[in-house]
Design a protein around this ligand. Structure first.
Ligand code: ACO
Length: 704
């Protein structure tokens, strides 16, 4: 049995056994049987209980081995101490997948028991969903194999939630929020089935049109990213535990590690996942992503009958990164025909408070077909002269009659009960509609982010290294043979150079004459620094001389550096004095890498100096970084205009910088088994066409 077959059995079981089914109301084993019956599940239900003949009118069995027919999925609702025995019985019976609702595993320190259960299940070809979950709900399969109150409002989304309580809360609120879901999947401890598995399975599921994830922490970040990158459906994720305190709460809640917010955001971007910021945002965005196509350009047109909501929407558009521009002249001229003289045909298009249904219908019908327009937002304030339902139906008809299906539309009606009824009607008829203008813009922003993120993710899978891994490994092995777990600056730069990065020339001299020869070879002026594993803070020891201009200067610097080193630490193991090219000053940037517990080798880029130290103006990516992502990184930091050239300064060589980010990421990715942390600080970036130089480099090795 392959993994997909077992997942099919878990998510779409043709028959189901409930182990720990109970006649006693108030028990989870009672609730799951009730839910299966109430959801009109069409396959056979086998309640398992050694003491009962019947449970809720269904024949009960003492064990799965007594069940006459095949069993696709078994729901485990017995105390954790029986988990191994029951798993074995299921395996021997030929059950295909386990849904383990029971708690009492890794979330309370019983990790070994959890591992043993999964290992045992795998031995029989069964996958394990959970433990510590609410269960699985699916409208299209009439399946409520959970203790959540009811099936959710039907719709195209599928929710995968790490928190069981949140899933239960979201379940009933799908009705009040009018956001429909086909499936709700609780994954709890993720002992086996994880986010990556769910994304792959749901992407292939014909009843799912968008995938929504609530994530606290993820163990195999790379597997998750790969699954998301391959997916063809929109994926929306709400990551909790992004504050330091929240991360600690998430970790204790699920027993898993919550990664840093910036790293998760980077991974989401690279994997083509749209982010939600909170629960309301999650519902609003889910609605848009299930009902509408992506917003493929920035040309958003707002049609409104109220100036106030128009301005609020305009502000929101800027906040969400899709600032409005005026519609072209021909659009304005045509729209002017469908409004009173005092209306405005710019953007927002204000058809005014006296606008009737006709003006809305004519404006929308015309605008949606115009090639300039990428997406349409319709705003309405409830007036005495209009009927909200009539406007809703008119707008929907105009969109349908235009035949345009690849441009998204979002609507906001602000008013009372009549507006609320119109919103409900619009949603039921496939148009995301909200009760506030900025929420409609948020919907459009999600559709824009989805389009952009997919374009960017497209190039992310191509990987062509520019590195010489063997050469880099030789240098690392040399340091290890020396008993060191950090490289000297010279060694680190050699590793950087092996990956094609431009580093300042630096050669070790072991005598004064040698230093003079090397300085002439490199070209004046030069920098000279002490090389000693015992002196890490070279400047503090008087071990650095910059701007050394001639042979006499080299001799003097050589002697002074050695004398200072001796005075600083008499028994220091001095390798010599490095002679370095003195690179002209440029814009300082920093590259750095860490090993993230979830995503592995991950890199950071930002402006150097105060920008990184005080403002923490940096952006992250999981390595390797594609050329497209590297270019995006340059625009993401707040200090981006500095690289673009401010106050008459020439733009910096962003092409060379993006290229260096790609190469640095390859070094970090390919040497992930060796490098624990690294940085290039500063990297000096020159004017366009003049490239850059890595002026200082640091590599800390993993302890072996
Ligand atoms: N095979 C079949 N039935 C069995 C077996 C067995 N090996 N062993 C016991 N049973 C029966 C019991 O006799 C009992 O039936 P009864 O009511 O007729 O007496 C039934 O199975 C349940 O066993 P109990 O020992 O009564 O256990 P109880 O129902 O109290 O608790 C449970 C079991 C629910 C699995 C509990 O241990 C547990 O883990 N609770 C937490 C579950 C949870 O909250 N999960 C979601 C987390 S997400 C969130 O927080 C929302």
């Amino acid at each position: 049995m392959d993994i997909f077959e077992s997942l099919d059995a878990i998510f779409q079981p043709k028959s189901i056994a409930v182990i720990g089914a109970s006649n006693r109301a108030g028990k989870i084993g009672h609730s799951v049987i009730t839910n299966l019956i109430d959801s009109k599940y069409e396959g056979p239900i086998y309640p398992i209980n050694p003491k009962e003949e019947q449970i809720l009118g269904l024949k009960a069995y003492a064990s799965v081995s007594d069940v006459p027919g095949d069993i696709d999925a078994a729901v485990l609702i017995v105390p954790a101490k029986f988990a191994l025995q029951v798993t074995k019985e299921c395996g021997e019976k030929g059950v295909k997948g386990l849904i383990v609702i029971a708690s009492g595993f890794s979330e309370m320190g019983k990790t070994d028991l959890e591992h043993e259960m999964v290992k045992l299940a795998h031995g029989y070809g069964m996958k394990v969903l959970g433990p510590n979950i609410v269960g699985v709900l699916s409208n299209s399969d009439k399946l409520n194999a959970s203790f959540a109150p009811c099936l959710p409002l039907p719709g195209g989304a599928a929710l995968v939630s790490q928190s069981g309580a949140l899933l239960i809360a979201m379940d009933t609120s799908t009705y009040t929020r009018r956001v429909g879901f086909d499936k709700l999947i609780s994954i709890g401890n993720m002992s086996d089935v994880d986010f990556g598995d769910c994304v792959s399975w749901l992407d292939a599921d014909e009843n799912t049109s968008a995938i929504t994830l609530y994530i606290e922490g993820n163990r195999d970040g790379r597997k998750f990213m790969k699954a998301a990158q391959k997916a063809t459906k929109p994926i929306l994720a709400l990551k909790s535990g992004i504050s330091a305190h929240g991360a600690a709460a998430a970790a204790s809640h699920t027993g898993s590690l919550a990664g840093a917010a910036k790293v998760y955001s980077a991974a989401f971007q690279q994997a083509g996942i749209v982010q939600a910021t909170d629960l309301n945002n999650l519902f609003d965005r889910t609605l848009a992503l299930t009902l509408q196509p992506p917003l493929r350009g920035d040309n958003l047109l707002i049609i409104t009958n109220g100036g106030g909501v128009g301005v609020l929407a305009t502000d929101a558009a800027e906040r969400y990164g899709i600032p409005l521009t005026f519609a072209p002249k021909d659009v304005q001229a045509e729209l002017k025909k469908h409004m009173p003289e005092f209306g405005s045909a710019k953007n927002p298009v204000d058809v005014t408070g006296m606008a009737g249904t006709d003006w809305y219908v004519e404006s929308c019908g015309y605008a949606i077909t115009h090639p300039w327009l990428d997406g349409l937002v319709v705003l309405y304030c409830e007036t005495a002269v209009t009927d909200p339902m009539e406007i809703a139906k008119g707008v929907k008809q105009a969109i349908d009659q235009s035949g345009i299906k690849d441009k998204p539309v979002a609507i906001s009606f602000v008013g009372g009960e009549r507006s609320d009824a119109a919103i409900r009607w619009l949603v039921e008829n496939g148009i995301p509609a909200y009760d506030a203008p900025d929420t409609a813009i948020n919907a459009m922003a999600a559709l824009r982010e989805y389009a952009k993120i997919k374009e960017n993710a497209a190039g992310a899978t191509e990987y062509k290294t520019s590195g010489n891994r063997e050469a880099a490994l030789k240098i690392i092995e040399g340091a290890r043979a020396d008993g060191r777990d950090s490289l000297t600056e010279i060694e680190a730069k050699l590793v950087f150079a092996a990956y094609g990065m431009s580093v300042t020339k630096n050669i070790l001299s072991t005598s004064e004459d040698d230093a003079v020869r090397l300085a002439n070879e490199i070209g004046y002026p030069v920098v000279m620094k002490i090389v000693s594993p015992d002196i890490l803070h070279k400047s503090d020891a008087g071990g650095v001389k910059v701007n050394v201009k001639d042979d006499a200067g080299v001799r003097e610097a050589y002697q002074t550096i050695l004398k200072n080193a001796k005075a600083y630490k008499a028994d220091a193991d001095v390798h010599g004095v490095v002679v370095q090219e003195m690179a002209p000053w440029g814009t300082e940037v920093i590259l750095g890498s860490v090993n993230d517990p979830t995503f592995g080798p991950t890199m950071m880029f930002g402006l150097g100096g105060i920008f990184v130290e005080v403002l923490k103006d940096v952006t992250f990516r999981v390595t390797p970084v594609s050329p497209v992502q590297a270019k995006n990184m340059l625009t993401e930091i707040n200090g981006a205009p500095i690289l673009e050239g401010v106050r008459g300064e020439a733009p910096r060589d962003r092409k060379a910088l993006a290229d260096t980010i790609v190469k640095y990421s390859q070094m970090v990715y390919e040497l992930a088994d060796e490098i624990s942390e690294s940085d290039a600080n500063p990297v000096l970036v020159y004017e366009d066409g003049k490239a850059l130089k890595v002026a200082d480099a640091r590599i800390i090795l993993k302890k072996k």
